[in-house]
Design a protein around this ligand. Structure first.
Ligand code: NAX
Length: 327
């Protein structure tokens, strides 16, 4: 058995945190031979609820759970952690503008970035789930000058998995046989789910579906899937979001499958004309605990316009929080 690694979850008593903690403790994220110590962070009023989560975790008697730290203090939450899943965020309140939401979350993700900088293991892998995920990740990254910017990512894997699910349903082929799906840009309704590189059971996906279905049904359905879940369930995606976060971290830590890739929000580096300065979702391959943006894909005019639109939104989000980007 390996030595335990430390995994932080913020907002651990919330819906996604609750769905996530048990699966990580069961080994779904890092494998059946990797013990974990969970560091669970909550705001002070939620500490009693968090204590209930700890009681349940202990009552599962998970063979891989080597310890649990439950706290409302950032330094304790991030001390020596190897993985940090930043889920807890400020929801949009009544009458709150997008700019207010961005600033309110900046007040959470700036200090969290600084605490990760000061307390986390130097190899920490950070995934931001809490919305607006890409810009929250940017804020955390900018407040952690001693860590490599590449250690900060944002979650678009749920969008990626939703796109797989829609295409599987349309083609009648199980998603196990769908490769090279891509989500470009922001985790928001401007994201661009792109099937141009996708294969379904070895065949080019665009040749299997009508162009009109792709543009008028598939793209908006993936973009609006979160709202559809809220309408159906009366609550936002929780188990699927937790599952996607686990997928993201597992791919990053343990690698992507040969001949396939995953979508990850990562610092833009000029790839595909997206200048540095934002966290943008790209197709990525992972190996040996590192990710690389897939290079050299052909991008047609339709894709270029969609990729630029979601980039514009991210630049606007950045402009709204510029004052929070200095440590
Ligand atoms: P909940 O409101 O159920 O849980 C959030 C938890 O975070 C609460 O328990 C709250 O006490 C805690 N919290 C708030 N501020 C905190 C802070 N400063 N430090 C520590 N904990 C804090 O929301 P939930 O449904 O779990 O969603 C969490 C976040 O994920 C939201 O921002 C949501 O918008 C976002 N999502 C992101 C997705 C993605 O694909 N990137 C999809 C799912 C989800 O909508």
């Amino acid at each position: 058995m390996k030595n335990p690694v430390r995994v932080a979850i913020t907002g651990a008593a919330g819906n996604i945190g609750y769905a996530m903690a048990f699966r990580i403790a069961a080994g779904d994220m890092l494998g059946p031979d990797q013990p974990v110590i969970l560091h669970l962070l909550e705001i002070t009023p939620a500490l009693p609820a968090l204590q209930g989560v700890v009681m349940e975790l202990n009552d599962c008697a998970f063979p891989l759970l080597a310890g649990v730290v439950a706290t409302d203090k950032l330094e304790e939450a991030f001390k020596d952690v190897n993985y940090a899943l930043l889920v807890g965020a400020r929801p949009r309140g009544p009458g709150m503008e997008r700019k207010d939401l961005l600033t309110a979350n900046g007040a959470i993700f700036g200090p969290q970035g600084k605490a990760l900088n000061d307390c986390a293991s130097r190899d920490v892998k950070v995934l931001v789930v809490g919305n607006p995920a890409n810009t929250n990740s940017l804020i955390a990254q900018c407040n952690a000058p001693d860590l490599d910017p590449k250690q900060f990512t944002a979650m678009t894997r749920l969008d990626h998995n939703r796109a797989l699910s829609q295409l599987a349903e349309k083609t009648g082929v199980h998603f196990n046989f769908i490769k090279k799906m891509t989500i470009w840009g922001n985790h928001s309704s401007t994201q661009y789910p792109d099937i141009s590189q996708c294969t379904v059971d070895g065949k080019a996906a665009p040749s299997l579906v009508e162009r009109d279905w792709y543009e008028a049904t598939f793209i908006p359905e993936v973009q609006q899937r979160g709202a559809a879940i809220i309408k159906a369930r009366g609550a936002s995606s929780a188990a699927s979001a937790a599952s996607a976060a686990i997928d993201h971290m597992r791919s990053w830590a343990l690698g992507t499958a040969e001949g396939d890739w995953v979508s990850m929000g990562v610092p833009s580096d000029g790839s595909y004309g997206v200048a540095p300065g934002i966290i943008y979702s790209y197709p990525c391959v992972c190996k040996d605990g590192k990710y690389e943006i897939v290079q050299g894909l052909t991008v047609d005019e339709f894709s270029k316009a969609k990729m630029a639109a979601t980039e514009t939104e991210l630049r606007e989000e950045r402009a709204a929080v510029e004052h929070l980007l200095k440590p």
